[in-house]
Design a protein. Structure first.
Length: 539
């Protein structure tokens, strides 16, 4: 049986089970605070004779005046039975796709679909083609329940998880090939066209924004984030589950406080759903609605990933992805001690110790207290560039959801040019395994030549105004010559360089190339002589 009741009523009547068991068993939709008129946050409880399986912040429910009045009729036991006839026109929509993952992990997908059908979950009803009434009240309920970013994503794409055979099929069915974003103050009819599939190389989950300083790259990222956070942005939230902003610069203007988010949203920020997270790798600070502004390091990120794995919040193993990346690309392993002073020689072992402890004490688990990288049984010290890049990947994996959009501002900082190609390979691997996409704002030609031209957007601001010019390059950027690409993207002119002005001044001393060779031929290299000779012709 399915019931609906108030939070206090449920917890007053369902204290730890007596020896005789609970009087009422079944599934309970537990109404908490009202978010908007008629819409409430709800927990879910599955009560058997001697056990309660409880899910915090599981869904939202739209309740009409009739059912609210009925709930208040009997203050001693305000419980209403929900039937298949749905006399009170109850409609729900899970707060995020995490609710689907958790329920399927603890039971199975068929059970989860049946239960959510009984709850009249909009996403499940849509997939099953079930009939819902088409009247003003129902339409208003749908609009209200689907006016939040992650709820709308769960409705359009997240629910596919319950109807897929496995995670591989789910990721394939929900992957993005392109994304159109309304971008103000640009020259492309306010549409930014991002492509994440190439006819030859297949999936290319990374696009880049490139251009001179002040061209509008970071500004445009800020505008995309603001557009998404305003809620109700159907084009973005039907495709994007979450935005993760990683700033690898000294200073930025990305939203990183509650006040900043409050000013952007159409409604008050919710402590129940994180659709945006911010990380500053150089300052070691991060921000989310649920946790606020706090410090982080590699160890805290690892412990956050353990928490996610324990609660089955994502359809992929973030710790395993990170461990494979470090093992395959840096040729080392992760070792250390957990909070119980038990040693571990891999992240998989660390996670196993945490899960084992959690089974016997569901209020806590041991995380990592000491952690380091090891190669050939010796502690390994990474370069500053490698260390910072691993931190960036860890930031992504500790917060990412299926179909996240990740922005990285100046990934190339601290990275040697020879490592950039490897870094892009690692980032691509991470994105493919988490079914997400990334936009990098960069000045690096080494990054640009790793991406086909369809995934490169050049930014220009020729008049230093808000009129930003954006376009895809006509030349192929993939494996392109760096000098050619520099000339094309940054309008590089040799005339503006120090060496050019120096060679021109030398060339002015000679009337012809023969005089130049007679004077400097034995003093300078062949290449320099040729460069000066070219400038004699120009003079």
């Amino acid at each position: 049986m399915f019931y609906i009741t108030y939070y206090l009523d449920f917890h007053d009547n369902c204290t730890p089970p007596p020896t005789v068991g609970y009087e009422i068993t079944g599934k309970f939709l537990i109404v908490k605070e009202e978010q908007e008129q008629g819409m409430y946050f709800c927990d879910l409880a599955i009560v058997t004779k001697y056990n309660i399986d409880y899910y915090n912040n599981f869904t939202r429910v739209f309740l009409n005046k009739d059912i609210l009045a009925k709930l208040k009729e009997n203050n001693s036991q305000s419980i209403i039975k929900i039937t298949s006839k749905n006399e009170f026109s109850i409609l729900t929509q899970v707060i995020s796709d995490e609710s689907y993952y958790k329920l399927a992990a603890n039971y199975n997908k068929p059970y989860a679909k049946r239960l959510l059908s009984q709850l009249f979950d909009l996403g499940v009803m849509r997939k099953k083609g079930l009939y819902t009434k088409d009247d003003d009240s129902t339409n208003r309920a749908k609009i209200t329940l689907l006016s939040h970013n992650r709820s709308r994503y769960a409705y359009t794409k997240g629910v596919d998880f319950l109807f897929s055979r496995n995670n591989k099929d789910y990721i394939k069915s929900t992957s993005l090939n392109e994304l159109l974003i309304n971008l103000p103050e640009t020259n492309k009819d306010n549409k930014l066209e991002l492509k994440f599939f190439h006819n030859i190389i297949g999936r290319m989950p990374i696009n880049i924004f490139i251009g001179k300083n002040g061209a509008g790259k970071s500004y445009s990222i800020e505008q995309i984030i603001k557009c998404y956070l305003k809620d109700g942005n159907q084009d973005l939230s039907e495709s994007i589950n979450k935005i993760i902003m990683i700033s690898n610069t000294v200073k930025d203007n990305y939203p990183a406080t509650n006040r900043a988010l409050h000013s952007l949203r159409n409604r008050r920020s919710e402590p129940h759903t994180d659709d945006y997270e911010y990380f500053s790798t150089l300052r070691g600070k991060k921000y989310s609605v649920s946790d606020g502004f706090e410090s982080f390091d590699f160890k805290t990120l690892i412990n956050d990933m353990i928490k996610r794995e324990i609660f089955e919040e994502i359809p992929f193993n973030a710790l395993k992805i990170l461990e494979n990346i470090i093992k395959d690309n840096i040729n080392c392993s992760i070792m250390g001690l957990n909070d119980n002073n038990s040693s571990f020689k891999s992240l998989d072992e660390l996670l196993s110790l945490a899960k084992y402890h959690y089974e016997f004490n569901d209020s806590s688990w041991p995380g990592a207290s000491t952690i380091f990288l090891s190669r050939d049984s010796k502690k390994l010290k990474l370069s500053s560039g490698q260390d910072n890049f691993i931190l960036i990947i860890s930031c992504i994996l500790t917060s990412i959801q299926n179909n996240s959009l990740i922005f990285i501002d100046e990934l190339e900082n601290f990275l040697h040019p020879n490592f950039i190609s490897q870094a892009m390979k690692i980032l691509t691997q991470c994105l493919l395994e988490t079914n997400s996409i990334c936009i990098i704002a960069t000045h690096s030609l080494h990054i640009a030549r790793e991406i086909p031209k369809d995934g490169v957007t050049i930014f220009e601001n020729p008049f230093n105004s808000n009129d930003i010019v954006i376009y895809n390059p006509e030349i192929e950027s993939y494996s392109c010559n760096l000098q050619l690409m520099s000339n094309y993207i940054f309008n590089t002119k040799e005339e503006s360089s120090i060496f050019d002005s120096t060679l021109r001044n030398i060339a002015k001393k000679y009337n012809n190339k023969k005089d130049l060779i007679n004077d400097l031929g034995h003093k300078a290299s062949h290449e320099i002589i040729l460069s000066i000779a070219d400038r004699i012709n120009e003079n």
